[in-house]
Design a binder for this molecule. Structure first.
Ligand SMILES: Cc1ncc(CN)c(N)n1
Length: 270
């Protein structure tokens, strides 16, 4: 994952605003089916579909996601990224060799020194301050997901850890690439376009490619057939926890809508 780490959160190429679907050759259409990642994704079946096909994703694509949902998601994602970085610190400890240690250390550095900063900038555009994110209580869904990943790494080996991380690292690339293929993808006036551009861009694509290649390398030496069912369970659990993370944001949007409606009905709101 080393080469991608330094590019981790560079600015991606913006989409052609008129019709980004007009150049399908630029789009990544998902991870090659021959990879270990693809085998895990197939095994995860409905859990994978529930993750990548969540209503939150539809809302991003159509630009209809309530802003309260995205704001809540962004705040929790800040907390998520902190624990995600801790998981890469654990990957340094669990690595097989010096190359693996360097790769995990580079990703850790990119996360805490680049992605976190970019996330803060991104959130500022949404009117969310760093103080607000620091002080926000961590949602149960964020806690469950991040601690699950850490636990897979602590109680298992480097392959368990990387499998638990894969839906997160590779899944967002697949989600964003699929959004760009949708007939109902709103490109003009969609407030979520920068998010979609970031995760469907070449920089993040390289990170996802590196994670897929790293999984293949680890699987070649560590993944026996006897072990596959347990690895598939870990992957599917991480997909369920990702779907839970979307659901957490989605609920905040529904609550915001109800509060707005209640305020208008009672004259106490906007
Ligand atoms: C919850 C979550 N999952 C995945 C990603 C993309 N690395 C993220 N930022 N946040």
């Amino acid at each position: 994952m080393d080469p991608g780490a330094s590019r981790l959160f560079g600015r991606s190429q913006p989409l052609e605003r008129e019709d980004p679907r007009s150049d399908p050759g630029r789009l990544d259409r998902g991870t090659r089916v021959s990879t270990f990642f693809a085998r895990l994704r197939t095994a995860a079946g409905a859990d994978w579909q529930a993750y990548v096909g969540h209503a939150f994703v539809d809302g991003l694509a159509r630009g209809t996601l309530p802003e309260a949902a995205f704001r809540h998601y962004l705040v929790q994602d800040y907390l998520f990224l902190i624990h995600f970085a801790r998981a890469y610190a654990l990957a340094v400890v669990k690595a097989d060799d010096l190359a693996g240690m360097r790769s995990a250390a580079a990703t850790l550095d990119a996360l805490i020194n680049h992605e976190m900063k970019l996330h803060i900038e991104f959130c500022r555009d949404w009117g969310i301050t760093p103080e607000e994110m620091e002080q926000a209580p961590e949602a149960a869904e964020c806690m469950a997901y991040t601690r699950y990943v850490l636990d897979r790494g602590l109680s298992g080996d480097i392959l368990d850890l990387k499998v638990a991380l894969a839906p997160c690292v590779v899944g967002y690339r697949e989600i964003a690439a699929a959004i760009r293929d949708r007939h109902d993808f709103k490109t003009i006036g969609n407030p979520y376009l920068p998010w979609i551009e970031m995760y469907s861009g070449a920089d993040y694509g390289a990170v996802a490619d590196d994670a897929v290649a790293e999984l293949d390398r680890l699987a070649a030496t560590r993944a026996t057939e006897a072990r596959f069912p347990a690895l598939a369970r870990t992957f599917a659990e991480a997909c369920r926890l990702e779907a839970g993370f979307w659901e957490m944001g989605w609920r905040a949007g529904q609550d915001g809508r109800k509060a707005g409606l209640w305020g208008r009905l009672t004259g106490r709101g906007r």
